[in-house]
Design a binder for this molecule. Structure first.
Ligand SMILES: *Cc1c(COP(=O)(O)O)cnc(C)c1O
Length: 219
């Protein structure tokens, strides 16, 4: 199956309010351009260096989301090229994004990453800590909270991820009740789980393999 036909199929299958984000780690500029021409309007990159290499050839044809693990020393570059940061999980990182974007007179839309299965080795805040982090983010001027994202645990049967999507949706609802409709994105679901994620309320799904085919091992 070609990238174009994969995208057409997914776009025809998902409801119109759901954004298809192409997860493009390890994919070439040519593959990404094909995806854009087939209707992908948002891409997600995990590694700053890789994004910097592709950015000059792609630029503003598409919206860029950072979906990788955030390191403080990479935040400056992130503020330069990304339009949204989906993986904020600490006050330290939030403040650094605020400071770096402040220098550039830019307000960065961000999402809080939820560690929905409470896996100690993984990034993201535990669900019960999201409200506290949201309050901290709302005090900052150059960073704006727009939603939450989760990866969820690695499961054998896709159905087993549903409870973690539910937990994340609950956090999303609580933030919306507290802070209003500025909180409007719920990013969850990947190639094997996006249908379940949409059933549980996702309005951004992040798809790599189902668009571009299997990745070389590493990610
Ligand atoms: C790679 C990646 C995806 C996409 O995964 P697939 O299983 O290839 O669809 C989604 N979200 C994040 C954060 C990723 O790193």
């Amino acid at each position: 199956m070609s990238i174009t036909s994969n995208i057409r199929r997914i776009l025809s299958e998902i409801p119109p309010h759901v954004t298809l984000l192409g997860a493009t780690k390890g994919r070439s500029v040519e593959e990404i351009m094909e995806a854009i021409n087939a209707g992908v309007k948002v891409i997600g990159e995990n590694y700053v260096q890789e994004a910097l290499e592709k950015y000059p050839s792609i630029g503003k044809k598409v919206e860029w989301h950072f979906i990788g693990h955030l390191q403080r020393n990479k935040v400056k570059k992130i503020c330069e090229i990304f339009d949204v940061v989906e993986t904020v999980d600490s006050e330290v990182i939030a403040k650094e994004i605020d400071r770096r974007c402040g220098v550039r007179n830019k307000v960065m839309p961000v999402m809080i990453e939820i560690n929905s299965a409470k896996e100690p080795q993984k990034s993201g805040v535990y669900p019960e800590k999201a409200m506290e982090l949201a309050r901290k983010i709302l005090e900052l001027k150059n960073i704006k909270l727009i939603g939450v994202m989760t990866m969820g645990p690695v499961v054998e049967n896709p159905e087993d991820i549903r409870p973690y999507f539910r937990i994340t949706k609950r956090v999303y609802d609580e933030l919306r009740i507290k802070f209003g409709k500025e909180i409007r994105y719920l990013s969850m679901g990947m190639s094997s789980s996006y249908r379940i994620a949409i059933e549980e309320g996702a309005n951004i799904i992040r798809i790599g393999t189902a668009i571009f085919g299997p990745r070389e091992k590493k990610n």
